[in-house]
Structures are given as C-alpha cells and as structure tokens.
Design a protein around this ligand. Structure first.
Ligand code: FAD
Length: 349
C-alpha cells in the first residue's frame, strides 16, 4: 500500500493526538496518524498515566503551557464525560523551610497568571484531602484550577475532533519500522503493512523516540525513565466512587509532598502513591519491546520494592489511614525525559 499524506504523525499518545488536533484547528488536512498499538489504549505512557496537572512552574513558559493545557482539557468531553477533573492541587510543607518556599512559589504563580493560588492552613488542607494528618504539616500551597486529566479520554476526544473534520485518519496496530529518506529528505515511512508517503513525518513515540531517531539517523534528545506508582486497597470512606461511577469520579485534591518527591491522588475508591525519590533508572528504548496492550506495558520492567520502601513509610506517616491498607498494584511505569548532551559528548539529564 502506498498513499501520500501532508504529514504522518508516528504515535498517537497525548503528544501525537494533540499535535493532530492543533493542526486540524489550523486547517490542516491529509494527516495520517500511525500507532504500533491498538487505538487508543496503545500501551504507551499516556495509557497508564495518573493525569496529575500541577500548573506552577518556575519556568514562565512551562507554567503558561500548563495553564493552556488545563483550559484545553476542561473544554473537551468524550461520550459525555469530562477530560479533566478540577479537584485542585495542594503542595504541603513538612518543614518551615518548605513553607517559606511555598510563599516563593505563590509569588511566581501570581506573576505568571495563576492569580487564585493561595497558602492555606493545615485544617483547610484537611477539608480537601481528608486522609491527611494536619498535625504533620505547616500548611499547603493551593491552586484551585489544578487537577486530574483523563489522559486516554482526552486522546479519544482529540482524535474524534480530527476525524469529524475529515482532517486525518488514525490507524492502529501499524508499527513504523523504517523511514524512506532520499537526498537527505524524508519521503515517508515503512510498516509491515506497506509504505506510506508524506511531506513531513513527525515522531511522537515517547519512550521509543530515541530508537525511532536512530532509524532515521538523527539524535532525539529523550530517554526512557522508570517512575514508581502503587495503588492501595479500597477505602470504605470512598465506597461511593466505586462500581458504575468508575473512572470518572474523583473528589479529593491532588496532593504533592516535595520534601520526599511524592504525590498522591484519589483513584475511584482508593489512592495512588507516586514516587520520584529513587535511583534514576534509565533505559535504552531498544530494550523496550512493543507491549501487546496497555495492561502489559507497566510490566515491561519490574517493580523494585526497595526503591519504594522509604516512600511508603513517608506516605503512611503523612496519611495515617494508608498504613491500614496493603499495596495492591505496583508498577515501575515508563516515560521519557529530555536529555542534554554536554560539551564533552556525555549525555546528561
Ligand atoms: C506512571 C506514570 C505516571 C505519570 N504521571 C504523570 C502525571 O501525573 N502528570 C503528567 O503530566 N504526566 C505524567 N506522566 C507522563 C506522561 O504520561 C507522559 O509524559 C505522556 O503520556 C507522554 O505522551 P507521549 O504521547 O509522548 O507518549 P506515549 O503515550 O508513550 O505515546 C507514544 C506512542 O507511540 C507509539 N509508538 C511507539 N513506537 C512506535 C512505532 N515504531 N510505530 C508506531 N507507533 C509507535 C506507542 O504505541 C505510543 O502510543 C506519567 C507517566 C507514567 C508512566
């Protein structure tokens, strides 16, 4: 099969889908979006991300991007369900120094347009995050418009927008295995189902991007990293969020505890703990086989209990109710981080 498109987007995670969505808004047609996995739970990072959006960032550009993201996701629905839950985001302070730092963040946030951000007392934190022990914190930095994206639903909503406009087509189960390049110009891609031609090829393959780059003989400055996440047993107090209301329901604020590089989110009738406080675990994208489905993806690498031990202890200290629950699902998830090359040619993160 050979067909010509204006652009081929390789990968239909949130980055590929969002690119197609924005190009469609600009009037682009003839777009082809290919993914190696089944649409739209492809097995990429988007398929198993918890969707936390904290907008505050010391970089003005990143902060503005995050604000744009929240506005965009709030405007999207899929099959009548929202793509964003505006539950608010709270960063807590365990130490006086962290509390001081929250005031610095507040100044940054106000000057970058997050004008309703504020510092709140431990008791106010408790109202929005009822499992926390307010005695353990000095207070919280609260951004009411932070919240939780529904990542795959957002991808579906964006893809629908593109296809409803007849601006492009999404095809799953089609891995790109090579690039057609002549005279140093990209001409298209190769797949097991045949070749596809295009004026432009955009690679948005997340953790597989370095491998794609090497196929095209270019360096893509991304690297796959492991990131731990673990689910707790259900809580009786959250029973109403279970069953038929599954996936859409969340009420507690998204929480962050930066003294220990931890975050916490309600997940229907339970909670998820996200842990960044462990050895950097970096992989080569060639090592990562194509998962059969979204369920298989998190098991591409093993969960490392030792990496999680300190995070678990700290979580139980801050949220004493967590200590009553066992961990159920535990993963070392994978997503890509940017990579810089230093002047001596070594890659640094
Ligand atoms: C455990 C975990 C927690 C996270 N928490 C958060 C969070 O709270 N907030 C946040 O903002 N981010 C979070 N992230 C990060 C976020 O999920 C990723 O940054 C984002 O999903 C990356 O999107 P992407 O489109 O670049 O990649 P992906 O979603 O991985 O999409 C890449 C796509 O490319 C396809 N592909 C790969 N190779 C090929 C090929 N050869 N041919 C065709 N298709 C191919 C894949 O199948 C995949 O669908 C988290 C990630 C993980 C894993």
């Amino acid at each position: 099969m050979s067909r010509k498109s204006r652009i081929i987007i390789v990968g239909s995670g949130i980055v590929g889908a969002s690119t197609a969505y924005h190009l469609a808004q600009l009037g682009w047609k003839d777009m082809l979006i290919l993914d190696q996995g089944p649409l739209f739970e492809t097995g990429g990072s988007t398929s198993h991300a918890p969707g936390g959006v904290f907008q505050t960032n010391p970089s003005r550009m990143m902060c503005k991007f995050a604000q744009y993201t929240v506005d965009l996701l709030r405007s999207l629905t899929y099959e009548g369900k929202p793509c964003f839950h505006t539950v608010g985001g709270i960063e807590v302070s365990k130490t006086k120094e962290r509390h001081e730092d929250l005031y610095r963040k507040l100044g940054i946030a106000h000057s970058y347009g997050l004008t309703d951000a504020k510092i709140i007392s431990p008791d106010e934190v408790l109202k929005m995050s009822p499992f926390i022990d307010p005695e353990k914190i000095h207070g919280g930095y609260y951004v009411p418009t932070d919240g939780l994206a529904a990542p795959v639903r957002a991808v579906r909503a964006m893809a629908k927008y593109v296809t409803d406009l007849n601006a492009g087509e999404f095809i799953g189960d089609t891995p790109v295995t090579g690039f057609k390049i002549s005279n140093n110009q990209i001409r298209g891609v190769e797949t097991p189902h045949g070749e596809y031609e295009a004026d432009i090829v955009l690679v948005s393959t997340g953790i597989w991007a370095p491998k794609m780059g090497r196929l095209a003989n270019i360096s893509l400055p991304l690297v796959p990293c492991e990131h731990q996440m673990a689910w707790l047993e259900p809580f009786d107090e959250l029973k109403e969020f279970q069953a038929e209301h599954k996936e859409a329901q969340v009420e507690h604020a998204l929480m962050r505890h930066q003294d220990y590089s931890l975050y916490f989110r309600q997940w229907n009738d339970t909670y998820v703990i996200g842990n960044y406080r462990h050895e950097p675990r970096i992989l080569e994208s060639e090592e990562l086989k194509k998962p059969e489905d979204a369920e298989e993806m998190p098991s591409l690498v093993d969960f490392r209990p030792d990496d999680f031990a300190g995070a678990h202890q700290e979580s139980n200290w801050l949220f004493p109710k967590f200590a009553e629950k066992k961990l159920t699902r535990k993963i070392n998830g994978l997503f890509s981080f940017t990579l810089m090359e230093s002047s001596n040619g070594r890659n640094i993160n």
